[in-house]
Write a protein that binds this ligand. Sequence first.
Ligand code: NDP
Ligand code: MG
Length: 384
Amino acid sequence: MKKKIALLGSTGSIGTQTLEVIDEFSDDFQVSLLSGHKNGELLKKQAIKYNPAVVVVTDQETFINVEKDLSGLDIKVLYGEEDLLNSLSTIEMDLVVGGISGAAGIKPILKALELGIDVALANKETIVVAGDLVRKLQSKYGSQLIPVDSEHSAIFQCLDPQRTALDKIILTASGGPFRNLPIDDLKNVTPERALKHPNWEMGKKITIDSATLMNKGLEVIEAHFLFDVGYEDIQVVIHPQSIIHSMVQYGDGSILAQLGLPDMRIPIQYALTYPIRMHNSFEKLDLTKVPSLEFFSPDTDKFPCLKLAYEAGRTGYTMPAVLNAANEVAVDLFLKGKLLFTEIANLVQWVLEQHIPLKEYNLEELLAVDSWAREVSRQYKYQR
Ligand code: NDP
Ligand code: MG
């Protein structure tokens, strides 16, 4: 029996690489649902190639176009978030891949968990914003979250299930394109330069987050919730080669690490085939060709977003949701040339300072906090 995959965000970087993994194992997987937003052309091509039962388009104009062009095929084309949520309960699926970017990815993942469907999680916003709710749903409905984020996949692979003498988690970070740039030059950085990541090809939002180290900050919160580890036991280490994807340190002095080429198809494949491991034809890491592996402490004066994320994580409750929303707005403004690179952290800090965290909340209240934070973020008096 083929494993049925519902691929949310199939037109993105994670989505297209998930389909490459599915191509590699076409006898083992079948696509039952594809979802896209604005890239109708690619979504149509994917629908024709993979023939899913359902295609969901969340952007209205794109939907009209995609529906018209797929009308002769035996594929249901649906529009909007509501239909996306409904189709999770009506279409047969064994695994949901959460590859939508940003807060738009949250509701479908929570819905899948509530339906008892396992989720391969790329959308880190879900766990940063709604970590407490995710945990509750998992324990109530028994659904499993398998990390796709390369660092968390590495930890998932190195973590002793008994957690015997677990000491700490060591999250590696490439340091981004501005690791060696003098702090005074950071304010002049353009979106074009920030979008050139040294090791990974990713969507725009996460690439900017990698340059500010907010991505690592979000990943610290992600690790806290996924692995139930305190913030004092999560260490970030800059490792510019991105060969070691993260590590687990044990109390006997051992460190276990997962190594590989910086290729997202590896953690995606592991999440799809888990709990088994399978051979693939992708290029493999040859350690004799790696010149050196370096490790440094992060500079949080230069990259304050990492510090802000630790603080928001430690405060907990609705604070990480505010961090995430303010950062999404800040990154968007930076990409539009309306905010300096160095102002991203200032904007996020300014919004965090205005928030009094709620101690009890449901999803709707959490999403209201998210909207509030976006609203406040847009009032930030930026310089440019
Ligand atoms: P991309 O920007 O490449 O893709 C985003 C996907 O989400 C696209 O399919 C896009 O559709 C869809 N989408 C965008 N906005 C909406 C919306 N409002 N409603 C519904 N769908 C929407 O992002 P990535 O693939 O890089 O990242 C996806 C997630 O995975 C993010 O949460 C990111 O943090 C995480 N991640 C990504 C990694 C990577 O290597 N790329 C690594 C680790 C985690 P369309 O293109 O059709 O508009
Ligand atoms: Mg990562």
